[in-house]
Design a protein around this ligand. Structure first.
Ligand SMILES: *[C@@H]1O[C@H](CO)[C@@H](O)[C@H](O)[C@H]1NC(C)=O
Ligand SMILES: *[C@@H]1O[C@H](CO)[C@@H](O)[C@H](O)[C@H]1NC(C)=O
Length: 324
C-alpha cells in the first residue's frame, strides 16, 4: 500500500513537471515571435525617422539660404542709413551755422517789426514784417507796386534773395470813361459838353463842363472821333477843327475840310493821345476853328441811337511815387 502510494505520488509529480515544461516552451516561442514583430516595427520606425530627418535637413538648407539673403539685405540697408545719417548731420550743421548768422538780424527785425511795421520796399522788409515762407510778394517800387520772389532760405546778401518778377498794375482809384453827344455843338473856344454817359467809373469826366480832371498822377489814354457837318451847296473851302486841350494848352488837333459841296456833307475827325498827367490836370475838347456863318459845325443827332461823337479815356498806369 505504501509502495502504491509513493508510486502514485511519483506519477503525479512527473505529470506536473511535464505539463510545466510544455507550458514554459510555448511561452518562449511566443516571446520570440513578439520580439521579432517588435524588431520589424522598430526598423520601420527608424526608416520613417530617417526620411523625416532628411526632409528636415533639406528644409534647413533652404531656410539658411533665405536667412543669409535677408542678412545681406539688412547689411546694405544699414550702410545706406548710415550714409543718410551722415548727410543729415552735415545739413543740420549747415542750418545751425546759418541760424547763428541770421539770429542777430532776426532779433533786430523783431524789434523793428514791433516798433514800426512798414509797407515793404524789399524782401528784407517783407521778412521784417514777419514772413518766413519763400514765395511771391508785392512790394512798393519807385512808381508802382512790384511783384518779387523772395527766397528766405538765402541770406539777404545773396543776389537771389530777391528776384523781380514784374510790376503789379495797382491803382488807388479806377478811372475809365466813355461819353457821347446827342446834340450838335456850334460854338468855338468853349469845352464841348457831352450828354450821354456810357461809362464813367471814378467820375473823373464831367459831362456838363466837358472837362476831364485826372484824379491821380499817371499815364492816361484819350481818343476822340467826331462828325463835322458842312451845309451846302458851296464852292469855297469849309473847315472844322477840333482840338484837345491840356490845362488850356493845345495837345493836338483833328481837322477836316471840304470844297464845292453839292449839298450837306459830313466828314469825320479823329485823334488819340497818351499823356503823363499830374493829379488835377484837366483835358477837354473844343472847336479851335470852323467856317463862320453856321455852315460848318460839330454835328450830332438827337434821334434814335445815332451817335456820331465819341470821347473816351482811361488811366493806363498810375504813378504811385511818394504816395506810400
Ligand atoms: C528805383 O529807383 C532807384 C533809384 O533811382 C533805381 O536804382 C532803381 O533801379 C529803381 N527801380 C525800378 C524798379 O525802377
Ligand atoms: C440827350 O441825352 C440825355 C441823356 O441821356 C437826355 O437826357 C436828353 O434828353 C437827350 N437829348 C436829346 C435832345 O435827345
Amino acid at each position: 500500500m505504501a509502495r502504491f502510494l509513493s508510486s502514485l505520488l511519483m506519477g503525479v509529480l512527473v505529470l506536473a513537471c511535464w505539463s510545466a515544461c510544455v507550458m514554459a516552451e510555448s511561452t518562449v516561442e511566443q516571446q520570440l515571435q513578439r520580439l521579432k514583430e517588435n524588431y520589424i516595427e522598430m526598423q520601420q520606425l527608424l526608416a520613417d525617422k530617417d526620411r523625416r530627418l532628411e526632409a528636415l535637413e533639406r528644409e534647413n538648407v533652404k531656410s539658411r539660404k533665405t536667412l543669409e539673403a535677408q542678412v545681406t539685405r539688412l547689411e546694405s540697408k544699414t550702410r545706406r542709413m548710415e550714409i543718410e545719417a551722415i548727410e543729415q548731420k552735415s545739413q543740420l550743421t549747415a542750418m545751425q551755422q546759418q541760424n547763428v548768422l541770421h539770429s542777430g538780424t532776426r532779433a533786430e527785425m523783431a524789434t523793428r517789426q514791433a516798433a514800426t511795421p512798414t509797407i515793404p520796399r524789399s524782401c528784407a522788409d517783407v521778412q521784417c514784417n514777419g514772413h518766413t515762407v519763400s514765395g511771391m510778394y508785392s512790394i512798393m517800387g519807385n512808381t508802382s507796386v512790384e511783384m518779387v520772389f523772395c527766397d528766405f532760405t538765402k541770406t539777404t546778401a545773396d543776389p537771389n534773395f530777391q528776384r523781380r518778377i514784374g510790376y503789379a498794375d495797382v491803382k488807388t482809384v479806377p478811372t475809365y470813361f466813355y461819353v457821347q453827344k446827342n446834340t450838335s455843338h456850334t460854338t468855338a473856344y468853349t469845352p464841348i459838353p457831352f450828354e450821354v454817359e456810357r461809362v464813367n467809373i471814378g467820375g473823373a469826366m464831367n459831362l456838363q463842363t466837358g472837362k476831364f480832371t485826372a484824379p491821380r498822377a499817371g499815364t492816361y489814354f484819350f481818343a476822340f472821333t467826331g462828325d463835322a457837318r458842312f451845309v451846302g451847296p458851296r464852292t469855297s473851302i469849309v473847315a472844322v477843327l477840333v482840338e484837345m486841350l491840356w490845362n488850356g494848352r493845345r495837345v493836338g488837333s483833328a481837322r477836316t475840310t471840304e470844297s464845292n459841296t453839292a449839298g450837306s456833307v459830313h466828314s469825320q475827325m479823329s485823334m488819340q493821345s497818351t499823356l503823363h498827367l499830374k493829379a488835377g490836370d484837366q483835358i477837354w475838347l473844343q472847336i479851335g476853328f470852323m467856317t463862320s456863318g453856321g455852315v460848318a459845325y460839330v454835328f450830332d443827332n438827337p434821334n434814335a441811337d445815332q451817335r456820331f461823337n465819341h470821347f473816351t479815356g482811361w488811366l493806363v498806369e498810375e504813378n504811385l511815387a511818394g504816395l506810400f
